[in-house]
Design a protein around this ligand. Structure first.
Ligand code: SAH
Length: 479
């Protein structure tokens, strides 16, 4: 392979896409180039801006021959905003790309054969479209807008550019609800007229850092959370006066975050208006959601995702089930309606409190929620319970374990205890196929479990992220 140098101009075909949405292609000698903004199927000219021995990074100079799947995105800032990396691909091509990524990782990282995966892969479920050729918009119920100041000193809100903390101003995000823009407008106006500064990361000065807006699509209830670099927001009464009149705003809170890191929310919340939480419904189950609690971002697809998890759990009404990484108990309550008993584990206190309340709201008594990390709670629970051979405790050897971890996947200690608990079925819900594949290798590599079904649900339209649910069955010879 030829060594390549910075500032070289090259032409290449893009064949793949990376986890950050960057196009990936190879030069004739095999040298790999990562090019932001280039899409699979494009033939491009790029300028090498950073060259390592075997790979480098290129700046997209021009698209010589566009991919047949390229479209003009509806969003005017799609090429600058870091939020939607594949907005310029047709929806069909987006879905194909996600499916292929999951297949490829299950084979390469998970160690499964192509034939096995082909035999059990269900069609990816995209969003329902009004017209073929559409890319869905306005599907997301939550956004976190960084607040800053432009060169002229105006307060701006928007989204971070790719790989940076430079704010691309955006008053209306096309994937979020239309009500976000006027809410941000009120907050900017309030800051302007009360002389409240936006936070500046470089100097660590200024007050307002982020605005989080979450909207219950079923109930219309809106939660506004203002993240501040202070203990309290000056003149907050004036803001509450204006925002509380806005249709749907149910609660307004501040989150105090005086740290210098990238974490958005601080731990200290103050309720300025309402109760602090909103309520939403998924199907006919109601959920209370606090600002720190996780809640799936695409309501139309969440129902499909949970139905798939429920289908794979194959419950008849009597089973004992664990729901690890349970958040506010969404999957737990869906399961509880068809199970004997459900145990949920979650590491965010506000979310566990929400989960307990949610069981009450929906009148479900066959659930128990535990606060803590799954990799600590589960082993401790398992080890501390003494086994009584005559009277086996079903919670130690459940019928089903459902896991839905964050992107980093399950901790080894958690997987290890799951194997010891030896449930008949494991349902793994994953937002990162790379860690899913890694964890499946552990669960199936031991020969204890067989991967029996894989399905993807598109929760994150126009982004490279993909949600996968898989079903594992305890191997017959182990049963
Ligand atoms: N199943 C829920 C939540 C999934 S998101 C739903 O569909 O709504 C993942 C959840 O795992 C988040 O609520 C997060 O707070 C929680 N979490 C993260 N790390 C954890 C850990 N080590 N142990 C338990 N829960 C964890």
């Amino acid at each position: 392979m030829e060594p390549h140098k910075k500032n070289e101009e090259v032409c290449l075909s893009i064949t793949d896409i990376g986890t950050g949405g960057e196009g990936i292609g190879h030069l004739e000698d095999g040298y790999t180039l990562f090019v932001q903004g280039a899409l699979p199927g494009d033939e491009i000219r790029a300028h090498i801006v950073k060259a390592e021995k075997k790979y480098g990074y290129g700046k997209l100079m021009s698209v010589i021959n566009p991919s047949p799947d390229r479209i003009v995105p509806a969003c005017p800032i799609a090429d600058r905003c870091g939020g939607c990396q594949i907005a310029a691909l047709s929806y069909e091509a987006q879905l194909k790309l996600k499916e292929n990524r999951v297949r490829e990782l299950l084979v390469r990282v998970g160690g499964f054969s192509h034939e096995h995966i082909d035999g059990i892969f269900e069609a990816v479920r995209g969003m329902d479209l009004k017209d073929a050729g559409d890319v869905p918009v306005r599907f997301r119920n939550k956004a976190q807008y960084p607040v800053g100041t432009d060169r002229e000193g105006n307060i701006i809100t928007g989204f971070y550019a790719v790989h940076s903390h430079r704010i691309v101003p955006a008053d209306d995000c096309l994937i979020g609800p239309e009500s976000d823009a006027p809410i941000l407008g009120i907050i900017k106006e309030f800051m302007h007229s009360n002389n409240i500064s936006a936070y500046d990361e470089t100097t660590h000065k200024g007050i307002v850092r982020h605005v989080l807006i979450r909207t219950g699509f079923a109930t219309g209830q809106i939660q506004v959370c203002i993240v501040i670099n202070a203990d309290s927001l000056p003149h907050s009464d004036a803001l509450v006066g204006r925002l509380s009149e806005f249709p749907g705003i149910e609660t307004i809170v501040t989150s105090s975050n005086t740290g210098t890191g990238n974490v958005i929310l601080g731990d200290d919340f103050k309720v300025l208006y309402g109760t602090g939480y909103i309520t939403d419904r998924i199907g006919d189950v109601s959920f209370r959601i606090s600002p720190l609690s996780f809640y799936q971002v695409n309501p139309a697809q969440t129902v499909k995702l949970y139905e798939k998890a429920l289908e794979y759990a194959a419950l008849t009404g009597t089973e004992t089930v664990w729901d690890l990484y349970c958040g506010i108990g969404t999957i737990s309550l869906f399961l509880a309606r068809r199970a004997g008993m459900v145990y949920g584990v979650e590491s965010v206190k506000q979310a566990v409190d929400d989960a307990v309340e949610n069981a009450k709201i929906n009148g479900m008594e066959n659930v128990r929620f535990m606060y803590g990390r799954a990799e600590e709670v589960l082993p401790e629970y398992y080890e501390s319970a003494s086994e009584d051979q005559k009277n086996p405790d079903p919670s130690l050897h459940p019928d089903v374990i459902v896991v839905d971890p964050p992107r980093k996947g399950c901790d080894a200690a958690c997987l290890d205890t799951m194997l010891k608990m030896a449930p008949e079925r494991i349902v793994y819900v994953s937002c990162d196929p790379a860690t899913l594949a890694r964890d499946l290798k552990i669960l199936c590599g031991s020969g204890d479990y067989e991967l029996t079904k894989v399905s993807c649900t598109d929760m994150f339209v126009s982004s490279v992220h993909v949600e996968t649910v898989v079903s594992l069955r305890r191997s017959l010879e182990k049963g």
